[in-house]
Design a protein around this ligand. Structure first.
Ligand SMILES: NC(=O)c1ccc[n+]([C@@H]2O[C@H](COP(=O)([O-])OP(=O)(O)OC[C@H]3O[C@@H](n4cnc5c(N)ncnc54)[C@H](OP(=O)(O)O)[C@@H]3O)[C@@H](O)[C@H]2O)c1
Length: 246
């Protein structure tokens, strides 16, 4: 094969677990992966929404499994991952995408909500990773993509809990990456700026000039490109920006 035809790696037939797959970036990732021939295990709290995504993913001819789970609950996550393993086999790819975003200054924010942001974004990511990682270590192979945020690199006023949680994901991911490189496990952190999803625009999503902003599908496409890279290379940290959102 000529050098120009060199391909990184085939991702068709792999198994990916995706958290927060019921909407936004997670949903787009589930469908894009299914289109690429990846079998997908979908996690989020809302089963009805997950089932709708599953139906669309199945249309691409891949195996799909859904489990409704609150990732803040460690025991529930352990059970969910056991269930996905039974139905799809162990994960080759883990997308830690589920997260919540709370707006409000430090004093305005209800302490319970502030804490909940950490329980979902930080502990949730930890719980899922902790449940999935042993199989990757055993196989001596795997890909983990953690979705932090541009707020995880540069905080903004009115986002103390969200930014703090996303900075924490940054640190956790960087440390994990160093821990498991030797197991041939690639750990990527993505840091998107504004993406046109419910989280960013709430129920005003339809009123926005969406084309100006990054779409969830753009992020999914970026993930596919990262995963197709040759096993010897990975992008440890990346920032996704809209070209001209003005
Ligand atoms: N949109 C942006 O501008 C932007 C920018 C940078 C980073 N991000 C990050 O990208 C990720 C996805 O966000 P998005 O914009 O796609 O938001 P979204 O549309 O609100 O989706 C969030 C997903 O997470 C799930 N989720 C929330 N809490 C959960 C919990 N406790 N347990 C399990 N699943 C839970 C939600 O499903 P259920 O409600 O059914 O549980 C949903 O599927 C988040 O980590 C976010 O911080 C977003």
């Amino acid at each position: 094969m000529g050098r120009m035809l060199f391909m990184g790696q085939e991702i068709k037939g792999k198994v990916a677990y995706i958290t927060g797959a019921s909407s936004g970036i997670g949903r787009a990732t589930a469908l894009t992966f299914a289109k690429e021939g990846i079998h997908v295990g979908l996690m989020a709290r809302t089963e009805t929404k997950l089932k709708e995504v599953a139906q669309q993913a199945e249309a691409f001819g891949v195996k799909v499994a859904v489990v409704a789970v609150d990732i803040a609950n460690m025991e529930a996550v352990e059970q969910a991952v056991i269930e996905l393993e039974k139905r799809l086999g162990p994960a080759d790819i883990l997308i830690n995408n589920a997260g919540i975003g709370l707006k409000g200054s430090l004093l305005e924010t209800d302490p319970a909500d502030w804490k909940r942001t950490f329980e979902v974004n930080v502990f949730g990511t930890y719980h899922v990773t902790r449940a999935v990682l042993p199989h990757m270590v055993a196989k001596d192979r795997g890909d983990i993509i953690n979705i932090s945020s541009s707020n995880g690199l540069k905080a903004t006023a009115g986002s103390t809990s969200y930014s703090a949680s996303k900075f924490a994901i940054q640190g956790m991911t960087e440390a994990l990456m160093q821990e498991v490189r030797r197991n041939n496990i690639r750990v990527f952190t993505m840091n998107p700026s504004l993406v046109a999803t419910e989280m960013a625009f709430g129920d005003k999503l339809d009123e926005q000039d969406k084309e100006k902003y990054m779409q969830p599908e753009d992020l999914a496409e970026f993930m596919v490109a990262q995963l197709k890279l040759h096993q010897r290379i990975f992008i440890k940290q990346s920032l996704q920006w809209a070209t001209n959102p003005f």
